[in-house]
Write a protein that binds this ligand. Structure first.
Ligand code: ADP
Length: 198
């Protein structure tokens, strides 16, 4: 199934947004644009961008807004994103919201829905500790995790009220089985006339 949905999935670290984002995007036939994945791929391949951002990611800091926004703008201008996409990890603060608004407006587009995955901090931390032992991500140290959660609360959570004012936020309970959560997202999007996921 293909769709024209332009979506953002947002939630604290450990909320499962990466996993749910992939499921939703696959069901709708739209690409996932994950800034974290883009940065990690560049680090792995040793590109100039990768070299520039390695220390930033390891510390759990944010990559500069201008750089991040330029990368996303380039990615969204590729053909496969013309009829829709699911953003994961971007925008992450209100400056980036402004950048995204500006470049979507260039093609008379806007976000259709923001999926907010609600997970209590304790549950997030528990999942992140598990991921740290399973995947060994270099930014899953206790220090970097705590720092990323703080940035989420201080800089990313405020973007939700911006999108709430536009009436496009769907708050989804992120506790439960993977299938249950996907079904909740599906129901919320269907109410907006966006695809049937399951
Ligand atoms: P998590 O949600 O667990 O922090 P992500 O994969 O979304 O993981 O991001 C990993 C790291 O990539 C972030 O800590 C940050 O350094 C960088 N990053 C990702 N998205 C952005 C963004 N929109 N702006 C700035 N930095 C970003």
């Amino acid at each position: 199934m293909t769709s024209t949905a332009r979506l953002l999935i947002v939630g604290p670290q450990g909320s499962g947004k990466g996993t749910q984002g992939v499921r939703v995007a696959e069901a709708l036939g739209i690409p996932v644009v994950s800034t974290g994945d883009i940065f990690r791929a560049n680090i792995k391949e040793g590109t100039d961008l990768g070299k520039k951002v390695t220390a930033i990611l390891d510390a759990g800091d944010l990559v500069p807004d201008e750089l991040t926004s330029e990368i996303v703008r380039d990615r969204l201008s590729q053909d496969d994103a013309a009829s829709g996409f699911l953003l994961d990890g971007y925008p992450r603060n209100t400056v980036q919201v402004g950048h995204l608004d500006a470049f979507l407006a260039d093609s008379d587009a806007a976000l259709d829905a923001v999926i907010l995955l609600d997970v209590p901090r304790e549950e997030s931390l528990e999942r992140l500790r598990l991921r740290a032992t399973e995947q060994g991500r270099s930014d899953d140290t206790d220090e970097a995790i705590a720092h990323r959660l703080d940035i989420y609360e201080n800089e990313t959570a405020p973007i939700i009220s911006v999108y709430e004012q536009r009436g496009i936020v769907d708050r989804i309970d992120g506790v439960g089985s993977l299938d249950d959560i996907t079904a909740r997202i599906s129901t919320a999007l269907a109410a907006r006339g966006i695809g049937q996921l399951v």
